[in-house]
Design a binder for this molecule. Structure first.
Ligand SMILES: NC(=[NH2+])NCCC[C@H](N)C(=O)O
Ligand SMILES: [Mn+2]
Ligand SMILES: [Mn+2]
Length: 300
């Protein structure tokens, strides 16, 4: 694995309705991320936080069922430019959210450097909604669709090209709350999904082996987009859209350890940590622990 990590915080809370997730990057840093990764002998550069525009009104309008569209598009372009530069310099981008809408910017900055960027979407949700299919108008439920080139032009065109990724290069793991329109898109595009049903039946070891085999041959880089709500809310309570019956702490560490051993991950982001909804920074601490495993901590 690339031993030079560049950390980018993204204090974004405009992709959903619950305030506090903009403090995710601070909570994760406070949970000891840098010290933890330094122990693993990485060279770390903390690039600080991206500036996110504030919306003008306190009760934001839903422009075309897309809440805070303009501010999110602007913040995402800034993030894309920063991620682009990090990859350009040959470093590993590690992005801290913020709500999951930031993945549009991360993927926009990454994907131009690859012919076939793979994506592991570790999440309770598909985040494959469009303005038409979204039950909420919250853009954090849309970044994967947007990255496929499906959605409002202001979002799909972030960083000047589209689509960012191909449906056959995506694996979703941990899904247990998919809206009707998302199911249709998954079928139509043939997106690979391991729902909690498959995780329970097959076990995490097999899920990860299959996912990595699947991505290995077809991709030239793999981004891990980890939404903390992929984990069970008992283990990660500090998230805005918790869904019962999630991935366990152990399963998640195993997944991260297997990804480390594969050496295939070329960038990562940890999103949806909301310290206001959390219990004594538990969720940020879990996120940092998972980073430890992803970057090579082991018991032996
Ligand atoms: N990144 C997330 N936590 N997304 C949750 C999305 C929830 C729901 N599917 C929606 O579109 O509103
Ligand atoms: Mn989610
Ligand atoms: Mn998500």
């Amino acid at each position: 694995m690339n031993n030079h990590l560049s950390i980018i915080g993204v204090p974004m809370d405009l992709g959903q309705m619950r305030r506090g997730v903009d403090m995710g990057p601070s909570a994760i840093r406070y949970a000891g991320m840098i010290e933890r990764l330094e122990q693993l002998k990485y060279e770390i550069e903390d690039l600080g936080d991206i500036e996110i525009p504030r919306p003008k009104v306190s009760n934001p309008e839903k422009l075309d069922n897309l809440r805070n569209l303009n501010e999110i598009a602007e913040g995402s372009s800034r993030l894309a430019a920063e991620v682009d530069q990090v990859v350009e310099k040959g470093q590993f981008p590690l992005v801290l959210g913020g709500d999951h809408s930031i993945a549009m910017g991360t993927l926009a900055g990454l994907s131009k450097h690859y012919d076939n960027l793979g994506v592991i979407w570790y999440d309770a949700h598909g985040d494959l909604n469009t303005a038409d299919s979204s039950p909420s108008g919250n853009i954090h439920g849309m970044p994967l669709a947007v990255s496929l080139g499906i959605g409002h032009e202001k979002l799909t065109s972030i960083h000047g090209y589209e689509p960012k990724i191909k449906p056959e290069n995506i694996v979703i793991i941990g899904a247990r709350s998919l809206d009707e329109g998302e199911r249709v898109l998954i079928k139509e595009k043939g997106i690979k999904v391991y729902t909690m049903h498959e995780v329970d039946r097959m076990g995490m070891t097999k899920v990860m082996e299959e996912s990595m085999d699947y991505l290995k041959d077809r991709t030239d880089g793999v981004h891990l987009s980890l939404d903390l709500d992929g984990l069970d809310p008992n283990e990660a309570p500090g998230v805005g859209t918790p869904v019962l019956g999630g991935l366990s702490y152990r399963e998640s560490h195993l997944a991260m350890e297997m990804l480390y051993q594969s050496g295939m991950i070329t960038s990562a982001e940890f999103v949806e940590v909301n310290p206001i909804l959390d219990e004594k920074n538990k969720t940020a601490t879990v996120a940092v622990g998972l980073m430890g495993s992803l970057f090579g901590e082991s018991l032996k």
